[in-house]
Design a protein around this ligand. Structure first.
Ligand SMILES: [Zn+2]
Length: 304
């Protein structure tokens, strides 16, 4: 007889021990299940209190907010030791900024669908010339930015400015926008109150007209105005805490495959920033209302 034919029959005592282990196992499972359900209860249904909030109320699952009240968090006030309000809110500053935005709108950096295949191979195609003009315009309009930040041209027409921070361990910040605008169909040109590439400033009502005035040359120019003003106020000595990147793509309106994607590739592969960025600010979906609460919505993706 070989060993493989031996069968050990369990004795009553062995069976009893096994039975008791099984019961203990069941009790353990029950305890774990109870803890899991309790944890889920506290995570899923719990008082929600945010800093600065006066009324703690209850959020129930995904059913929405019940009696929700969220106070406005205190406003962030810029450090006036470097830039004071009189500089930023003076009529002169506003007039200069508006004039520069108007000039930016006057450069027709239109992205067309058929540019997708042109850009890598035909850099001097006439449709791209406004983008080169736009680069030159920015160089002239923001001399301190171009003196103190490192500018890289990415894939011929997109721009990436790097501003080295003093804290090596701080997560970098990326401020994005796009320099291209959508075309104006010839048959719709006469529907405009003011020419879409005039950059007309309506002083009376406080409006600036044209393609890109809001989407997003205002963001490009606003970002550069802020950096330029900060550098000007500190004689070029201001250094940010974390590294800051200003990333301006040139084809967001046709999906960003040439611009933002090339910038992203550069940031990830050349600068090794994959997974290390602290915050990205981009065009995004803007503001929204949820149950009468005004929210600055958080975007989970943008092609800028
Ligand atoms: Zn846009």
């Amino acid at each position: 007889m070989t060993k493989e034919h031996e069968v050990l029959l369990p004795t009553r005592a062995v069976l009893a021990v096994k039975e008791s282990n099984k019961r203990a196992f069941n009790r353990r499972q029950l305890a774990i299940a109870f803890l899991a359900i309790s944890a889920a209860f506290f995570v899923w249904i719990r008082p929600v209190v945010y800093p600065g909030q006066k009324t703690g109320t209850v959020m129930i699952g995904t059913a929405g907010f019940t009696g929700y009240h969220c106070d406005q968090v205190p406003a962030l006030v810029p450090d006036s030791s470097r830039l004071n309000d009189s500089q930023l809110f003076s009529p002169e500053f506003a007039a200069t900024a508006a004039k520069r935005l108007s000039q930016a709108v006057q450069i027709p950096t239109v992205s067309f669908d058929n540019m997708t295949d042109l850009a890598p191979t035909v850099p001097d195609a006439s449709v791209h010339l406004p983008f080169l003009r736009f680069h030159t315009f920015l160089e002239n309009a923001f001399p301190l930015v171009h003196k103190h930040l490192l500018r890289r041209v990415i894939n011929k027409y997109s721009l990436l400015y790097s501003w080295k921070g003093t804290n090596h361990y701080a997560a970098p910040l990326i401020l994005m926008a796009h320099i291209d605008v959508v075309p104006v169909l010839p048959e719709t040109a006469n529907l405009w109150t003011h020419d879409p590439f005039s950059g007309y400033i309506d002083h009376e009502n406080g409006f600036l007209w044209g393609r890109g005035a809001g989407d997003t040359k205002a963001t490009v120019l606003g970002t550069l105005e802020a950096v330029e003003a900060l550098l000007k106020a500190t004689n070029g000595k201001y250094l940010p805490n974390s590294d800051i990147y200003l990333a301006f793509g040139h084809d967001e309106e046709i999906s960003g495959y040439q611009g933002a994607k090339s910038i992203a590739d550069y940031l990830q592969h050349d600068l090794g920033l994959a997974g290390k960025v602290g915050l990205i600010v981009d065009e995004g979906p803007g503001f929204g209302e949820v149950n009468d609460v005004r929210l600055a919505t958080v975007g989970t993706g943008e092609k800028g």
